[in-house]
Design a protein around this ligand. Structure first.
Ligand SMILES: [Zn+2]
Length: 384
């Protein structure tokens, strides 16, 4: 759907590069512009969109998302304009419930044209009444709130073949309860050896269970490639290979599992930090530069530092805490007690875990020292 609109935009852009306007081309641009703008002409051109089994809101939502993607590109939020999407095994579409116009103030989870019918059933247009399963605690909390409305409903099928329904909810008051006040400040140094070390000397390790799941994925992928070879030998297309498809779903489920395990770990860690500290200082990371710099690309990506910092940022905003990012240059090479920076010849290597400052003779733990430096820089930038 969005690919169709991207094709139209690309064709217009291609014409834009021509300097002479010819009557035929101007007309063609008119047609394409009209097609992006109005659903009727879009439907007239792409006949499959007229299928009665399709949700009416689906096209409107896809158009809205497409327009939003352009808006993000124009104001610099994203680097590239909307691009073609490859067809994958994961599918998704969006729909909305409609509420009676006079009764928007009385809108709840239950009385919209789509939405919950009771705690265990959801009504989705065209799909009907569906039994649903979710975190009971979460459902109970949402149901206990007054005047919660449903915004967008997203129906997803992931690569493993599982179906999900994701609801965007609106409420007049904040969803999360505010946290008790904290006074402490903390600096964190992200490194490859552990997950992070904070300025109090507390180490958080990378979780072992993710490594275990990763090994299972590797093995399952070997089996998958063997099944793919088998299909090729018998000249069966991969989409018809029953055993290949079963194995592909298994691999997809395992990958999904790793993703969830990592997200859970990051949520627990960030929530811990936000709960216990008023000010949190971390280093500003440019992952792309880091990856060029060091040779441990895979480990850096897998540590998902970026997601960790993003989580910290949005949670700090949500719970009204202070989160600062500082320039990480020389945080490892500087003494946090006296500020002495090691000269070029004496720089610490990745293997040096401990060192003594040549100026004030304090013995430092490498990572804790860096965390202390990060904290000091963050506090200094707050005062300024
Ligand atoms: Zn020193």
């Amino acid at each position: 759907m969005s690919n169709e609109m991207i094709a139209c935009s690309k064709e217009i852009a291609g014409f834009g590069k021509l300097s002479i306007y010819i009557q035929g081309i101007t007309e063609r641009i008119q047609v394409l512009r009209e097609r992006i703008k109005s659903t009727t002409s879009l439907k007239a051109h792409f006949l499959w969109m007229n299928d009665a089994e399709l949700d009416a809101n689906m096209i409107a939502n896809a158009k809205k998302n497409y327009a939003h993607a352009w808006k993000c590109y124009r104001c610099g939020e994203t680097k590239n304009p909307p691009a073609f999407h490859r067809r994958t095994y994961a599918l998704t579409y969006q729909t909305n419930p409609h509420y009676n116009r006079q009764r928007v103030s009385e809108a709840t989870l239950i009385n919209g044209s789509a939405g919950f019918r009771d705690a265990a059933h959801v009504y989705v247009p065209k799909l009907g009444r569906i039994r649903c399963k979710g975190s009971r605690k979460m459902l109970a909390r949402v149901f206990s709130m007054q005047s919660v409305r449903i915004g967008t409903m997203t129906v997803m099928k992931d690569a493993g073949g599982d179906y999900f329904l994701s609801l965007q909810l609106a409420l007049d008051e904040p969803f999360v309860p505010s946290l008790p006040e904290a006074v402490s400040t903390i600096g964190i140094d992200l490194n490859l050896k552990n997950f992070y070390v904070d300025s109090n000397g507390r180490r958080v390790d990378n979780p072992v269970y993710i490594q275990r799941t990763k090994r299972r994925v590797t093995r399952a992928q070997h089996v998958l490639s063997r099944k793919a070879r088998g299909c090729r030998r018998q000249h069966i297309p991969l989409c018809n290979g029953v055993r290949y498809q079963a194995q592909r779903r298994l691999v997809a489920r395992l990958k999904q599992k790793i993703k969830r395990q990592r997200q859970d770990f990051l949520h627990v860690q960030t929530m811990n930090l936000i709960k216990n500290h008023e000010t949190i200082v971390a280093e500003q990371l440019d992952i792309r530069k880091l990856v060029h710099l060091r040779r441990c690309t895979k480990a850096i990506y897998e540590a998902s530092w970026r997601t960790f910092l993003d989580f910290l940022e949005y949670k700090a905003k949500r719970y009204r805490r202070t989160f600062v990012k500082v320039n990480p240059a020389y945080t490892t090479q500087q003494c946090s007690t006296c500020g002495y920076v090691l000269p070029t010849g004496q720089r610490l290597q990745l293997s040096d875990r401990q060192w003594q400052c040549p100026s004030c003779h304090v013995l430092h733990d490498r990572d804790r020292n860096a965390a202390c430096n990060i904290l000091q820089r963050g506090l200094a930038s707050l005062i300024r």
